[in-house]
Design a protein around this ligand. Structure first.
Ligand SMILES: C[S@@+](CC[C@H](N)C(=O)[O-])C[C@H]1O[C@@H](n2cnc3c(N)ncnc32)[C@H](O)[C@@H]1O
Length: 242
């Protein structure tokens, strides 16, 4: 039996982009699942977030980690040409899951997310979208994989109101959809619940996140321009926002 604090502390040396609040949200949503449910994570990198999901999910929950570890869309400003680093990510992913004691629980699909749709049978009660952050693949992940989430199920989307591609993907797929209700966020990790009531959309609550989006964009422009002191003067931590 693990607890959140010890699992999170054990991941201190595992690279990734997941804050403590985000880990807590992953932990809580996975912990609410029941035996027979399914978790899918799109974009696993070195396993930081999957270690949390798999440590929290009750016995009998099936977990899939989808990541081609192919060197594309690896992280902020790492869109293409990182094949060697990604092979290393793959080895570290396996080692980190083993160290966390969850390797046997997780099925790794070393594929692009749109090629893996047929590998996961049935419904996905918890979907975590953190793969390619460009508009095309992000919107296709939300649409195609989101369609597998049943009423009452949860979709978490990382880099919401932070990455331009992901934010426009959310506008296109959730703002006017009656199927998704926006329930809040932990920094850039937004939570949506599948609704059957037709009261989805939640446009106003998502529009209210736009000042946070604008702030993140300003920080990113300044950091990319190597103007860290200016970004910090405006309230940035000096790190790439996520
Ligand atoms: C931001 S990282 C994921 C971080 C991870 N969730 C964590 O918290 O440590 C993005 C990952 O998405 C993967 N990726 C890129 N394109 C993908 C795609 N089309 N389908 C699935 N994964 C993809 C990359 O290989 C990379 O490891």
């Amino acid at each position: 039996m693990s607890d959140f604090e010890s699992v999170f502390a054990s991941l201190a040396n595992v690279n990734g982009w997941m804050t403590r609040d985000q880990a807590r949200r992953l932990w809580n949503r996975a912990g609410e699942l029941a035996s027979g449910d399914t978790v899918v994570e799109i974009g696993s990198f070195q396993g930081r977030s999957m270690c949390v999901l798999a440590s929290s999910a009750p016995a009998g929950v099936t977990l899939y980690a989808i990541d081609p570890h192919g060197g594309n869309d690896r992280g902020p400003q790492e869109i293409d040409g990182f094949a060697d680093e990604a092979e290393n990510d793959h080895q570290l992913f396996l080692a980190n899951l083993t160290n966390a004691g969850v390797r046997e629980r997780v099925t790794h699909l070393r594929k692009f997310s749109d090629d893996a749709l047929g590998d996961v049978p049935g419904a996905v009660q918890l979907l975590y979208v953190d793969g390619a952050h460009r508009y095309g693949p992000a919107s296709s992940d939300i649409r195609q994989w989101g369609a597998k989430v049943p009423t009452g199920g949860v979709m978490l989307v990382h880099d919401s109101f932070s990455s331009i591609g992901v934010t426009f993907a959310l506008i296109a797929t959730t703002w006017f959809s009656k199927g998704w209700v926006y329930e809040g966020r932990s920094q850039s990790m937004a939570q949506f619940r599948k609704s059957s009531s037709g009261r989805g959309g939640s446009i106003l609550r998502q529009v209210a996140q736009l000042p946070y989006f604008a702030k993140n964009l300003v920080y990113k422009v300044l950091l990319a321009a190597k103007l860290k002191p200016v970004a910090k003067a405006l309230g940035s931590t000096g790190e790439w926002p996520y």
